[in-house]
Design a protein around this ligand. Structure first.
Ligand SMILES: Nc1ncnc2c1ncn2[C@@H]1O[C@H](COP(=O)(O)OP(=O)(O)OP(=O)(O)O)[C@@H](O)[C@H]1O
Ligand SMILES: [Mg+2]
Length: 135
């Protein structure tokens, strides 16, 4: 069973979200649900930049990928702040509030650890045996 973990630090700017997407693609080229993994990291990284101290000048966020067999753990660690991640009710009229709903819908489970000094938002994906065989 293959098992590994990789972590990278990014500057807390919008352009880093693109770099974080490339980071996922580079380390998971054969992951069967790569698009889902990229989308989740993209949403979590965007949230870190937009809603936390990571988006302040000199701020940073950290992306971690962890594969254990057919399980993929994705996590984005931010520099905290007064707000907390929360699943907003989906609204046909509101433009925002979809990121964590997407993360919740695409992952087997997700959650938040930490406090105003720094939080980690994580999500777990499970590759189906059929998809693994095709990859
Ligand atoms: N890492 C985080 N730290 C603190 N608050 C967060 C974090 N991520 C999200 N939030 C809070 O949770 C809310 C919901 O996040 P979500 O990603 O679902 O929506 P959004 O970022 O407001 O809009 P969208 O992702 O659709 O552009 C945010 O508006 C923000 O208040
Ligand atoms: Mg968001």
């Amino acid at each position: 069973m293959s098992s590994w973990r990789v972590t990278r630090v990014f500057l807390g700017s919008a352009i880093s979200v693109l770099e974080a997407r490339r980071f996922v693609t580079a380390f998971l080229p054969t992951w069967p649900d790569l698009d889902d993994a990229v989308l989740i990291v993209s949403e979590l990284a965007t949230n870190a930049v937009r809603h936390t101290n990571s988006g302040r000048p000199g701020g940073r966020f950290i992306v971690s990928l962890e594969v254990i067999g057919s399980t993929l753990g994705l996590a984005v660690q931010d520099e905290g702040g007064p707000r907390s991640p929360r699943l907003l009710p989906l609204s046909p009229t509101e433009m925002g509030g979809r990121g964590l709903a997407l993360v919740s819908g695409l992952s087997v489970k997700w959650g938040v650890a930490g406090d105003e000094n720094g939080r980690t938002v994580w999500a777990v994906l499970e590759a189906t045996p059929l998809a693994m065989a095709r990859s």
